[in-house]
Design a protein. Structure first.
Lengths: 91, 471
């Protein structure tokens, strides 16, 4: 996965969890929670989906690394680099 | 191969927990000893009609997409669409307390105006109470405490305090003559600041929705499947033995049977387990109810009963405790499913009346007396309700069929000792049962009502199973 594909993967997961949110205007450096309605239960779901779709484990202490899209790329890209993008929507 | 999680009870909490886990590929089995799912919140068929049991209305009503509230959170966590619930909002409900009437709707401003009208000197205190009311998350950290004591900090007129306690106790207090402050806050928000609605298809449709979702994500369910023993090895739950003798192994067990009820199922009798058992048995819930459902040949509104839910109390103090007699008709709640907004009107009229009842009285009656006593108790409930709510005066003459259930029935279907509808007054917020890898979900975990039960299952699934691997 490229860095851009990591963003696609994350947005796809968020779209699954929060289907009513508009994700097209998300800014990479702003906290996700400030741009769309996501609570701590939703962050758990993002982590669970990453595990389910890509076998990636994110320990609880690292949840804060996923606060922004840029943070997601920085933290997840090394873990997802060798994985193939496949969308939750179609999985 | 064993299961990741075995869940005892296919009620709202068990199904919600099951969906959460199965959705993330956990291998989950729910075992239910009855042939119907739902537990307390269920339905039954009699003479070709479907009757709802359990809660009268779904609390926590909000419009689609309202952020940060329980209903929206639950739907998101279970990935169920708001529109799938087909919610019909209430028209209005009312509190009839000692001759006074306070109306409330799904718009809190209506309730403010009613309180300003009936209790003009209290409205400022009431507004301050609402303004300072903690949020859902904050209150769980503050813990218990007396709602009456907290209310006295804001309100001076005991009659207003009692009027607020009446619906909130009846719809969710496991504690006699009071309500834990955290439960008060949750129920106050759920009922007065959010509101009531009902799925178009009743509780049956909601249960079917949960069940479809559970099966879609791969959850397994076995009906008519009672648990005889929860198996424990080295102090931790490892599975169950069914009444059929079959043993099923699981990494963890969730039980919605109630705290004391669950510990009675646990294998063994060492000192530690016995101590947990004694503590749980010392805190059994005492509050149970008798309910009658009358089927009418008219719409209740045609008789003048157009409230969705009407809470009544005679006299200026509200008694919320187990009565010494079979029932206590000083207070009660009347509800009609006809009086929610609906796409298709219900062809029959339904009036449900509920009052506090004593479990021991109802279980000690011989069978032939039981039936007769049920009928006379239902008559007395109706008479008492009609004194407070004049529009009910003609319910009797329009009744074509009536079914009544007692604390005995409630114990049978919920498994709660003493027919305790709201379970133990001592809740286990973190789900801990005292035994490792055995968690409580549902009533004794502490969140009540249909929305609360689902939230309970979700919370425990998240904290006790899903987050475990990521720690």
């Amino acid at each position: 996965m490229t860095q851009d594909e990591v963003i696609i993967a994350i947005k796809d997961i968020i779209a699954q969890i929060a289907p009513d949110e508009d994700l097209s205007q998300l800014q990479p450096d702003l906290r996700l929670r400030e741009q769309i309605e996501l609570d701590s239960m939703d962050f758990l779901d993002i982590v669970m989906e990453l595990r389910k779709l890509y076998g990636v484990q994110v320990p609880e202490k690292d949840y804060t690394e996923l606060a922004t899209l840029a943070g997601c790329v920085k933290y997840l890209h090394p873990l997802l680099e060798k994985k193939q993008l496949h969308c939750a929507q179609s999985a | 191969m064993g299961y990741d999680t075995l869940i005892i009870g296919a009620g709202m909490s068990g199904l919600a927990a099951g969906i959460r886990l199965a959705q993330f590929d956990r291998r989950v089995l729910i075992v239910e000893r009855h042939s119907l799912w739902g537990g307390l919140n269920s339905f039954y068929k009699l003479k070709g009609r479907i009757f709802d049991s359990g809660l009268h209305a779904l609390t926590n009503y909000v419009r689609k997409g309202t952020p940060g509230v329980p209903l929206t959170r639950i739907l998101r966590q279970l990935r169920i669409g708001y529109d799938e619930l087909e919610l019909g909002a209430q028209g209005h409900s009312e509190i009839r307390f000692d001759g006074r009437r306070l109306e409330f709707t799904n718009d809190p401003e209506v309730f403010f105006a009613e309180i300003a009208r009936e209790f003009p000197r209290e409205i400022d205190g009431f507004r301050r109470l609402v303004a300072e009311l903690p949020g859902y998350d904050a209150v769980l950290e503050r813990g218990e405490g007396s709602a009456r004591a907290e209310l006295a900090r804001y309100l001076g007129d005991p009659e207003l305090i009692e009027s607020l306690m009446l619906p909130l106790c009846i719809y969710g207090s496991a504690r006699e003559d009071d309500l834990d402050w955290d439960q008060f806050v949750i129920l106050f928000r759920a009922i007065f600041l959010e509101g009531f609605s009902r799925p178009e298809g009743g509780i049956k449709a909601l249960l079917e929705l949960l069940l479809r979702r559970y099966k879609k994500v791969g959850g397994e369910l076995r009906m008519n499947c009672g648990v005889e023993r929860i198996l424990v090895r080295d102090g931790a739950a490892v599975g169950v033995r069914l009444t059929s003798g079959e043993e099923i192994l699981a990494e963890r067990v969730f039980s919605s049977a109630g705290h004391a009820e669950t510990l009675r199922l646990v294998d063994g009798d060492d000192a530690r387990l016995s101590a947990h058992r004694r503590a749980a048995e010392a805190n059994l819930g005492q509050l149970s109810f008798l309910e009658s459902i009358s089927v009418l040949d008219v719409q209740p509104a045609d008789l003048g009963f157009d409230a969705t839910v009407s809470f009544f109390n005679h006299g200026n103090s509200f008694r919320y405790r187990r009565p010494d007699a079979g029932i206590d008709v000083q207070s009660g709640v009347v509800c009609s499913p006809n009086n929610f907004a609906r796409k298709t009107p219900l062809s029959d009229g339904f009036v449900r009346i509920t009052a506090l009842a004593n479990h021991a009285v109802w279980t000690s009656l011989p069978e032939h007396e039981y039936r007769a006593r049920k009928e006379s108790a239902a008559d007395r409930m109706l008479e008492s309700a009609a004194l407070a709510i004049p529009a009910l005066a003609r319910v009797r003459e329009h009744t074509v069929f009536r079914d009544t259930f007692t604390p005995r029935t409630i114990q049978h279907y919920t498994g709660h000792l003493g027919g305790a509808v709201y379970g133990s007054p001592r809740k286990q917020r973190d789900g801990s049962s005292g035994i490792a890898r055995l968690s409580l979900v549902g009533t004794d975990q502490g969140m009540l009502g249909i929305v609360g039960a689902m939230l309970s299952g979700i919370t425990i699934a998240n904290h006790q199973a899903l987050m475990e691997v990521s720690r």
